[in-house]
Design a protein around this ligand. Structure first.
Ligand code: UP5
Ligand code: MG
Length: 211
């Protein structure tokens, strides 16, 4: 009897362990756009690390506002202690509201070894990273899209000066993380240069095969 209920509890806990898909790609590669589509079709919760940082920056009384602001403008990567706390809090809040909502798209993270080490230290035992969805898109197209968006986005980093730094950071720090996951067979690559619908067609094939 006791063993039976213990078994049920263990099964429940295992079922509820967060399942994570990391979503990576250059600035403007289409991560956010496709995450919205994935949420609609596959019931994930979308957590954009960049959005979480921008929200934290704008909060009244936050001690990290200026720091986050300058890192984002310079296209640098915010220290992981800040980012991981925001991600963890958002995951905990989501699951506290509804324990069955355990599928997360973590968009724009991990971007460097500091991020990856921070994740492994704080989250590795508490969440399963299923795979990395990688939107592969040329730097030229990425820059063009962000500049176009910059006309209306109000983002402090959608200008050519910040974009050159964002691309440099992506090439130097994030690409090696994608390559590392590639060696582990965890990367699902999509051609991000195609139209939004064509990209989503590819994305669906991946999620249909994984689910
Ligand atoms: N668009 C999208 N898909 C298209 C398509 N297939 N065809 C034509 N147009 C397409 O798309 C960008 C624009 O392109 C939009 O106008 C869209 O309509 C169009 P979007 O889906 O927003 O692309 P995304 O890849 O999400 O671009 P984003 O600019 O958000 O990527 P970044 O990775 O640069 O930005 P993020 O918000 O993740 O990070 C910003 C900064 O925060 C970083 O530079 C860094 O300073 C900091 N940060 C950290 O320090 N740590 C973190 O963990 C995360 C962020
Ligand atoms: Mg985005």
């Amino acid at each position: 009897m006791i063993i039976n209920s213990l078994g049920t509890l263990v099964r429940k806990l295992l079922l509820m362990k967060p399942r994570v898909v990391f979503v990576l790609g250059g600035p403007g590669a289409g991560k956010g756009t496709q995450c919205v589509n994935i949420v609609k079709k596959y019931g994930y919760t979308h957590l954009s690390a960049g959005d979480l940082l921008r929200a934290e920056r704008s909060k009244e009384g936050t001690k990290y506002g200026e720091l986050i602001d300058s890192y984002i403008k310079e296209g640098n990567i915010v220290p992981v202690e800040i980012t991981i706390d925001l991600i963890k809090r958002a995951m905990d809040e989501t699951m506290a509201e509804d324990a069955t909502r355990n599928k997360f798209l973590i968009d724009g993270f991990p971007r460097n070894t500091d991020n990856l080490d921070g994740w492994n230290k704080k989250m590795d035992n508490d969440a399963d990273v299923k795979f990395v969805l990688f939107f592969d898109c040329s730097n030229e197209i990425c820059i063009e899209r962000c500049l176009e968006r910059g006309k209306v986005s109000g983002r402090t980093d959608d200008n050519i000066k910040s974009l050159q730094k964002r691309i440099q950071t992506y090439m130097q720090s994030t690409k090696p993380i994608i390559e590392q996951y590639e060696k582990e067979g965890k990367v699902r690559r999509v051609d991000g240069a195609k139209s939004v619908d064509e990209v989503f067609d590819e994305v669906q094939k991946i999620f249909d095969a994984e689910n």
